[in-house]
Design a protein around this ligand. Structure first.
Ligand code: TXA
Ligand code: MG
Length: 331
């Protein structure tokens, strides 16, 4: 299917799974309420969880929002196209179905050739959540997206693996202060540097303000544990806690490939054990856990001060339902 054909299908109200630089999205024309409603049905997504809009060019934003604050302008100039979603006060043009009745709308301009071309063909905003069933891990490869979304009457564009692998950072510029609603590949430090002001973390704890953050998320069917610690400590923990069979899957670090350890290991090479590579394949691993029927899952997390760590921990805390174990008192 060409991108022009894909665009035509979407104009006719069809849903399209398409790649972005973060994760695969499930898109519908934002102006078509029936198509938008179908997104909620296909994903099993609660109706109160709003969708973000995707645009091809900055000027499309004007029609969608009441005002573009100075702060948002700074962020747009610096980070778009890219993995940053910005929350604005919405204009009347944006349907309540998209925003789940909120007075704000989240918008981003993706930086992926296929997504950009599709959006340019349409020149209309697309409402698109991540292409996964509600509560399940996001998808970062065509195969994973297909596995979760097949048989639901939606169409697919194959863009291979998505390069970043974690969903966009969501930042709220609609109020007095700037608030982080979801950590992602653009770090708080980077945002603060561009803004010249503090960004308040509203992504966890009592301050949660993004409806999606309240829901169970990213969880594979098996029991997931995230382990921090020295190699010897991790080894010991696994010997004590894991079943010795193929239903145990471990995404491990270099040095964990010890035949006396339980379970099946997927080991990261030295080049891959930095957080960037780790983040890029985490959802693929969690999808693999599901379709291979893993019952016990362990993720060994590298020690790192990488700015990606908060975003990765945010996803893993949800995926593991808080089961993150620090074996040396560090997290
Ligand atoms: O990288 C991404 O952002 C991907 C790709 C496909 O673009 N999309 C994505 O969409 O992650 P979704 O729906 O899975 O996550 C969007 C998050 C949800 O947690 C939702 O609650 C929040 O953004 N959100 C959307 N509109 C909002 C609004 N007006 N106010 C607060 N939070 C909002
Ligand atoms: Mg999602």
């Amino acid at each position: 299917m060409t991108l022009a054909e894909a665009a035509q299908k979407m104009r006719n109200g069809e849903l399209m799974v398409f790649p972005t630089e973060t994760v695969y999205g499930l898109g519908a024309m934002a102006s078509n309420d029936n198509a938008v409603q179908k997104i909620f049905e296909v994903k099993g997504r609660p109706q109160h969880n709003p969708l973000i809009l995707h645009i091809a060019e900055n000027r499309q934003l004007d029609a969608l929002v009441e005002i573009i604050p100075k702060t948002a302008r700074l962020l747009i100039n610096h980070f778009w196209p890219g993995p940053l979603t910005i929350c604005f006060r919405k204009s009347e043009k944006v349907s309540d179905l998209v925003t789940a009745g909120l007075s704000t709308v989240c918008v981003r301009r993706p930086d992926h050739p296929m997504a950009q071309e599709l959006l340019k063909e349409l020149m209309e905003p697309l409402a698109a959540p991540s292409a996964n069933l509600s509560g399940k891990p996001s998808t970062t490869s065509f195969e994973d997206a297909k596995r979760q979304m097949e048989g639901k009457g939606v169409f697919f564009l194959d863009g291979g693996s998505t390069p970043l692998g974690l969903e966009s950072t969501v930042v709220d510029c609609s109020g007095e202060s700037i608030r982080l609603l979801r950590p992602g590949c653009v770090s708080t430090e980077e945002l603060e540097e561009v803004l010249g002001e503090r960004v308040i973390d509203a992504s966890s704890g009592e301050r949660i303000e993004s409806p999606g953050q309240l829901l169970e998320h990213y969880a594979p069917s098996g029991d997931l544990t995230v382990l921090f610690g020295k190699s010897e400590q991790r080894r010991q923990w696994m010997k004590e806690h894991l079943n010795h069979d193929e239903s145990t899957l471990i995404l491990g670090l270099v040095g964990s490939d010890d035949p006396s350890l339980p379970g099946h290991h997927e080991i990261l090479s030295p080049e891959e054990s930095d957080l960037e590579h780790y983040a890029a394949r985490i959802f693929h691993f969690l999808n693999y856990c599901d379709h291979s029927g893993a019952e016990q899952i362990v993720l060994e997390l590298p020690k790192s001060k990488d700015p990606l760590l908060p975003a990765l921990l945010n996803r893993l805390e949800k995926a593991s339902k808080g089961h993150i174990i620090s074996l040396e008192g560090m997290k």
